[in-house]
Design a protein around this ligand. Structure first.
Ligand SMILES: [Zn+2]
Length: 169
């Protein structure tokens, strides 16, 4: 089996990839930035085997990127996963990947849109608002996906509409 560490690489890119270089991990983080917090919502939206999802979430918690906590609610208690500050710091990475994919690797007809919550302007390639000349924090970004969602799960439907990043889906 191929290892997941790059012990011979004296490089912070290699150290980062040891945490989120595995298949699905960045998509779990993307969804967490969108406000997905529950295991079943990650599972439905990503459509991945539950054992793989469990493994990825466990490692992200162990690496301090997500927290796992139990919230009491009217329907009983539920486990939720939320980004730590270190996890939120991945927002420019995920945004840059979205932009790069759109430019160089995408056949997506209606790509996801990211706008500044304050003024409604589209963010540029650097997640910067040209109208306000600021780079908004992820919590000040609104995302939407025009057109009919290709997937029929609840999270896809919610995230097609304008939705503030990090707010629970
Ligand atoms: Zn703005």
């Amino acid at each position: 089996m191929l290892g997941s560490t790059y012990g011979g690489q004296d490089c912070s890119v290699a150290r980062s990839l040891e945490i989120f270089g595995e298949r699905w991990t960045l998509l779990v983080l993307r969804d967490a930035l969108y406000g997905v917090r529950r295991f079943s919502d990650f599972a439905d939206h990503l459509d991945i085997p539950r054992a793989v999802l469990s493994d990825r979430l466990r490692k992200l918690v162990a690496n301090g990127v997500l927290t796992r906590s139990t919230h009491g609610g009217t329907g009983g208690s539920a486990v939720v996963y939320e980004l730590t500050d270190a996890g939120r710091d991945l927002w420019p990475v995920v945004h840059a990947l979205a932009h790069w994919g759109q430019r160089h690797a995408s056949d997506v007809a209606t790509p996801r849109i990211f706008t500044h919550a304050t003024c409604g302007s589209r963010l540029n390639a650097h997640a910067h608002c040209p109208a306000c000349d600021v780079t908004p924090a992820v919590a000040d970004v609104v995302t939407s996906r025009p057109g009919k969602p290709r997937r029929s799960d609840r999270v896809s439907a919610e995230l097609a509409k304008p939705h503030r990043m990090l707010e629970p889906v």
